[in-house]
Design a protein around this ligand. Structure first.
Ligand code: AGP
Length: 614
């Protein structure tokens, strides 16, 4: 997820673009850059790091006072976060500059095609492929708008492209597919941006763009067509958010915004990692298949929420691959003198990629000759750099300290890894893998379904705002979901919350049950009756002792519903994949309860987004 700004009008483009990028820095801060079209030339400046680095560079080497420009603040997905890979990218003959948000899945085949035309991209990014194709098209006589209509349909994946042409300095052209772009409508000026935060200091009149559209702005006009050039319907709207709300997309907290970004985030995790036949494609995994086939043990290491993702991964990986999979708290791993070696695959899960406990654990594992694969959301961070291979989760920056989309995308990445290992080892048939991939493809829509039905949970948060203790129960993959639900409540509402394996209840925790005590219970799908019936029995046991049971169960589960004080309905999904939908109501509940208690949800007390000390 990156921040994009385009401008043409009567102001100095560099000032407008850079101030817009500052409003979008929450979307990515690995690098930033700006380009202007001036006097028949493209002039650009870009720097790794936050926008402050770009500011300093512009102070030392100012760009011309042009009236047309584009800019970008990057969250790296393809190519390390450095000056070379920073946007804007410029085509080989220097005529077109482009910024890009998203992932171009078919970059490799297009790069090979450019090589046949004698064009060798200079960066490691998928984005540069697009600008080189645009450069070839305008060099062949097309206008930038015509060139964009030719190039955009050839790109697979999710993208917002915004470009300028030195030979047409009063125009900015953009295209979007599965990635945000909005038009700002001013007086004698127009704006393009990832979201309205970039331009609402100049105008609150905007135009929403649809899928597969090309938009051309000049100081005087906005023209929108489909990729095939036919005129498109557009939806003008007035922005009534203040600036702070705009940066949070209209939500009150970044965390709430990130909860609602989860459908898009998990779709990006899956994007480009399987073919149309449902076979997994993990080109980025620099551990050869023959080596993966020989792995005889997997050890997942992580902390906090990421550890709970690892617990879910264990169930899936062992079921699909039949390889023993241990899950270890990173802070415990190296002190227990672990038994790892050259045939051990250590999987380090970390959103930030900087967690000291996890980093020290992988160093220990590598010293024991284990192969290390990290699942991480932050491109170029320390843990992936010190791993043999990495699967990036592509969640985009997670600003809220309490991890939400970071967790859901970790789950998705763990499922992808488990299926890939099963494919490599032949432990599941191709049709079984393809069926699960097809179900993963449906998950964004099912998560959205849960988000759309959040009233029950929001009302419950209001009722329980004064609760002093809440318990969470789950079995199988529902157990780590229960632990994650409890952690969210602890770290956001500062109240006692505890997750248990439902089967453990009678071994002690049931003594905690008292009249009116809220207990969330994650009920497995009925596909695995032995699991389902046992959890229903647990619900009966606690209800008999006065618990207020908040039951999360799949739609149509009348048995579970009969024993619920409050029922939270989940979409029907396979047992192993249920965490993707079951955790969302618990995230919403914790966020809303903490909000009603008046806490700072994005910056909870005593916590940091990345724990870089042991
Ligand atoms: C989760 O809400 C917390 N922010 C915390 O438990 C976090 O998951 C843990 O510190 C691990 O962080 P990482 O994923 O960046 O390594």
């Amino acid at each position: 997820m990156c921040g994009i700004v385009g401008y043409c009008g009567h102001r100095e483009a560099v000032d407008v673009v850079v101030s817009g990028l500052r409003r979008l820095e929450y979307r990515g801060y690995d690098s930033a850059g700006v380009a202007v079209a001036d006097d028949g030339r493209i002039q650009e400046l870009k720097r790794a790091g936050k926008i402050a680095n770009l500011d300093a560079a512009l102070h030392d080497c100012p760009l011309p006072a042009a009236r047309t420009g584009i800019g970008h603040t990057r969250w790296a997905t393809h190519g390390a976060p450095n000056d070379l890979n920073a946007h804007p990218h410029v085509c080989a003959d220097g005529r077109v500059a482009l910024v890009h948000n998203g992932i171009v899945e078919n970059w490799a085949s297009l790069r090979a095609e450019l090589a046949e035309d004698g064009i060798a991209p200079v960066s490691d990014t998928d984005s540069e492929i697009a600008v080189q194709l645009l450069g070839l098209a305008v060099g062949g006589g097309l206008s930038l708008t015509e060139a964009m209509r030719q190039v955009a349909p050839r790109l697979d994946g999710a993208f917002t492209l915004v470009a300028i042409d030195a030979a047409d300095p009063q125009t900015v052209v953009a295209a979007r597919r599965n990635s945000p772009l909005v038009v700002g409508v001013g007086q004698g000026e127009h704006f393009l941006a990832s979201d309205v935060a970039a331009f609402i200091e100049y105008t609150r009149e905007a135009i929403e763009l649809g899928q597969d559209q090309v938009v051309t702005i000049t100081p005087a006009a906005v023209a929108v067509t489909d990729f095939d050039g036919s005129p498109s319907e557009v939806r003008p709207f007035h922005v009534d958010w203040d600036l702070a709300a705009a940066e949070k997309g209209g939500f009150d907290w970044f965390m709430r915004k990130e909860i609602h970004e989860q459908p898009e985030a998990i779709s990006h995790t899956l994007l480009g990692r399987h073919d149309l036949g449902g076979r997994l494609v993990l080109d980025e995994l620099h551990i050869c298949e023959s080596e993966l086939a020989l792995i005889d043990k997997i050890v997942v290491i992580a902390c906090g929420t990421s550890f709970y993702a690892g617990m879910v991964a264990k169930y899936a990986i062992e079921h699909w691959t039949r390889v023993p999979c241990e899950v270890e708290l990173a802070s415990e791993f190296r002190y227990r003198d672990p038994i790892v070696g050259p045939r051990t695959l250590v999987v380090a899960i970390s959103q930030s990629g900087e967690t000291a406990d996890t980093l020290m654990a992988i160093r220990h594992a590598r010293a024991q000759q284990a192969r290390v694969l990290s699942i991480c959301n932050t491109n170029g961070s320390t843990i992936p750099r010190e791993s043999d291979a990495v699967i990036y989760t592509h969640a985009g920056p997670e600003i809220g300290v309490a991890s939400t989309k970071g967790f859901l995308t970790q789950l998705m990445a763990c499922y992808v890894l488990g299926l890939y290992l099963a494919q490599v080892r032949g432990s599941r048939y191709d049709d079984e893998i393809a069926a699960t991939v097809a179900e993963l493809e449906r998950m964004p829509g099912l998560v959205q379904q849960v988000l759309d039905a959040q009233d029950v949970v929001m009302e419950l948060a209001s009722e329980l705002a004064d609760a002093r203790s809440v318990l969470f129960l789950g079995r199988h993959v529902g157990y780590p979901v229960a632990l994650e639900g409890a952690l969210k409540l602890k770290e956001l509402a500062y109240i006692h919350a505890e997750g248990f394996a439902a089967g453990e209840l009678k071994h002690g925790p049931i003594a905690l049950i008292e009249d009116g005590l809220p207990v969330f219970v994650v009920v497995p799908p009925r596909g695995r009756d032995q699991l389902h019936d046992k959890v229903v029995s647990n619900i009966q046991e606690i209800r008999a002792r006065g618990a207020r049971t908040v039951v999360l169960a799949e739609e149509g589960d009348e048995i579970a519903a009969a024993h619920s004080s409050i029922l939270v309905t989940l979409p029907k999904v396979s047992t192993l994949l249920q965490p993707l939908v079951a955790v969302v109501p618990l995230q919403l509940f914790a966020c809303e309860l903490a909000t009603r208690q008046g806490h700072d949800v994005d910056q909870p007390r005593n916590l940091a987004k990345s724990v870089t000390v042991e």
